[in-house]
Design a protein around this ligand. Structure first.
Ligand code: ADP
Length: 150
């Protein structure tokens, strides 16, 4: 059984993430959306809110699960027998960043990283821009799935 995790902060989940998840799930038997908990990071949405938003988006799909984890992504993969890490690439900056992480992960554990190019229509979206729009009372609804409402 091919199982992959899609790790991230999802603060909050955006239409860009949804695109990667919907396309990624066709490649694997199971896709686990894994919200990484980093105690040094400040989030706009609580862990419970971020998890709830994602669960509401995909509750009809038995191939998609949502979990939270602490520590290294590869350690989490090894403990749970996940063979693949799914990541999205928006632009050259993402590529350089992701390349270093993927090489490091391969040094640490036999887990393959699979990249999907983002859809052109959502490649400009990032959670940090969404948070900025929200903080400044802008219309964030075009950038996130319907389940994300404040
Ligand atoms: P992280 O804190 O690990 O960067 P994010 O939640 O920002 O977590 O992103 C998780 C994954 O989603 C990453 O692989 C990232 O490249 C991808 N991603 C983020 N925004 C988009 C987008 N607009 N389109 C497609 N993939 C995206």
């Amino acid at each position: 059984m091919k199982r992959a995790i899609f790790p991230g902060s999802f603060d909050p989940i955006t239409l860009g993430h949804v695109d990667i998840i919907e396309r990624g799930v066709t490649l694997f038997d199971e896709l686990i959306i894994a919200i990484g908990v980093n105690s040094g990071k400040k989030y706009m949405f609580s862990l419970a809110e971020r998890k709830q938003f994602i669960e509401n988006c995909f509750k009809g799909n038995p191939k998609i699960k949502v979990v939270t984890y602490r520590g290294l992504t590869v350690d989490f993969c090894m403990k749970n027998n996940f063979d693949f890490i799914l990541r999205g690439l928006r632009n050259p900056a993402d590529f350089e960043f992701e390349k270093a992480i993927a090489h490091t992960n391969r040094d640490l554990a036999p887990v393959e990283t699979v990249f999907l190019l983002t859809a052109a229509s959502t490649s400009y979206i990032s959670s940090s821009i969404v948070r900025d729009v929200i903080r400044n009372d802008g219309d964030y609804t075009k950038l996130v799935p319907k389940m994300v409402r404040i």
